[in-house]
Design a protein around this ligand. Structure first.
Ligand SMILES: *Cc1c(COP(=O)(O)O)cnc(C)c1O
Length: 428
């Protein structure tokens, strides 16, 4: 985009693999250096070259209140002068746990960690320890962080970069992970018929966001609850994206399905590095020091992260912006769909509340295979045109776009108008 970003990227690549600390940021699939970010406020993000963009990435999900929300900033500022980490219990952790238990229907007890990856990794360990079984069922294109057991047929950057699994994950471990197509009740039954008594847990993004957004079939989601129950396997909802995003209590509240364990991240940190996993008390009590399944963290429950997270959840509870986010989501994604149609571009959109994806595809995208069939070349041109017009999208066709309460109707209109111009320049 700009000279400064290019220079920084060049320098970054000398010292950081690929120049980035998380692969999707590098923009490899769109073939250009990523803008280096200088700052962000509300729904706007600025790069080091002085370009300002409407941000539809929202740090990949956390920024539901927009960037630098004054109350979140104040909460961090208030805390920071009192020390940044003690490695000892604090009241903030109790407030955070209490808030999560109040808001997330199935969670009776919760443990804070530092990332979504840690949350899912720990939940898997707990499920294996609790059931004394080894196998995990997951879905193709669902991404659950980068822990060994979960990097099989994963979405997000793994899909964008076309990596089937990952070197470094021992086969011995990978063979305990069964990955099947999302929304397929048939595949689900096959897996449980075959491996039922060995399955410790089924882990799912109840609304997948990491193959792009895919809408779950309600009967399919219900089926997950039933079949895990029948086989004595735990149902783990990975709500790292959907938690506090699609409803105050996440997808489990939206669809009325109670998992045994829930993984959280992104929004609960208010933009600081946080994750959490929780669930039924009887299961959670197996974690050390109450039980003997081990998991720990020097910075877990970090006071700054708790302050930012608590402030974020408090605002979400008080303001209850979910209807408004739904309205804005509809405005954006129906606008994009109409604009594509007007320009004669074959595209479909999937959306739940304020998260959604436009796929350059002729047919509905209901699973990973369909997502992978979407036109990646068109996406690349679309991405570049949008960036030039001041719209900041995730640099991958297999990601969600996120709205915040700071996105105004005028901004959404600008996004749709920009998309309209982009679509007209695309080769059909
Ligand atoms: C982002 C994400 C993770 C991993 O969280 P990190 O904080 O990046 O480790 C896990 N699961 C889902 C569904 C995610 O979207």
């Amino acid at each position: 985009m700009g000279k400064q970003s290019e220079l920084l990227f060049e320098k970054a690549r000398r010292y950081i693999p690929g120049g980035v600390n998380s692969p999707v940021r590098a923009g490899k699939s769109v073939g250009m250096a990523p803008p280096f970010i200088a700052g962000a406020t509300g729904a706007l993000i600025r790069d080091v070259d002085g370009n300002e963009y409407i941000d539809l990435v929202g740090s990949w999900g956390p920024m539901i209140l927009g960037h630098a929300h004054p109350e979140v900033v104040a909460a961090i500022e208030k805390k920071v002068g009192e020390g940044t980490s003690y490695g000892a219990p604090t009241e903030l952790e109790v407030i955070m746990a209490d808030t999560i238990v109040q808001m997330v229907p199935s969670v009776e007890m919760v443990r804070m960690v530092n990332s979504g990856t840690e949350a899912t990794m720990s939940a898997i360990r707990l499920a294996r320890g609790y059931t004394e079984r080894k196998k995990i069922v997951k879905f193709d294109g669902c991404y659950h962080g980068h822990a060994d057991s979960l990097l099989v047929s994963a979405g997000s950057g793994v899909a964008t970069l076309g990596i089937p699994g990952s070197p470094g994950v021992p086969d011995d471990l990978a063979r305990h992970t069964i990955s099947i197509p999302f929304n397929s009740t048939e595949a689900l039954h096959e897996a449980f018929d075959r491996y039922g008594p060995e399955i410790a847990a089924l882990i799912v993004e109840p609304v997948p966001g990491n193959m792009g957004v895919v809408i779950p079939d309600k009967a399919f989601l219900k089926g997950l609850r039933e079949i895990t129950g029948e086989h004595g396997s735990l149902l783990i909802f990975d709500e790292v994206i959907t938690g506090f995003r699609v409803a105050p209590g996440g997808a489990q509240e939206l669809y009325g399905i109670l998992p045994d364990l829930t993984c959280l991240g992104k929004i609960i940190g208010g933009g600081l590095p946080v994750g959490a996993y929780g669930g039924r008390k009887e299961i959670m009590l197996n974690m050390a020091p109450e039980g003997d399944i081990y998991q720990a963290g020097t910075l877990s429950g970090n006071p700054l992260a708790m302050a930012a997270g608590i402030a974020t959840l408090k605002i979400l509870k008080q303001e209850d912006p979910y209807q408004e986010l739904e309205r804005k989501g509809e405005l954006l994604f129906s606008g994009l769909e109409d604009a594509a149609q007007d320009a004669g571009i074959r595209a479909v959109t999937n959306r739940v509340g304020s998260m959604g994806t436009l796929f350059f595809s002729e047919k509905p995208v209901t699973d990973f295979a369909a997502a992978m069939e979407s036109d990646q070349g068109l996406f690349r041109s679309y991405y570049r045109s949008m960036l030039e017009q001041g719209i900041y999208l995730a640099p991958s066709p297999f990601e969600a776009g996120f709205l915040s309460i700071a996105h105004t109707d005028e901004m959404i209109e600008r996004v749709v108008n920009s998309a309209s111009r982009a679509f007209r320049t695309l080769e059909k």
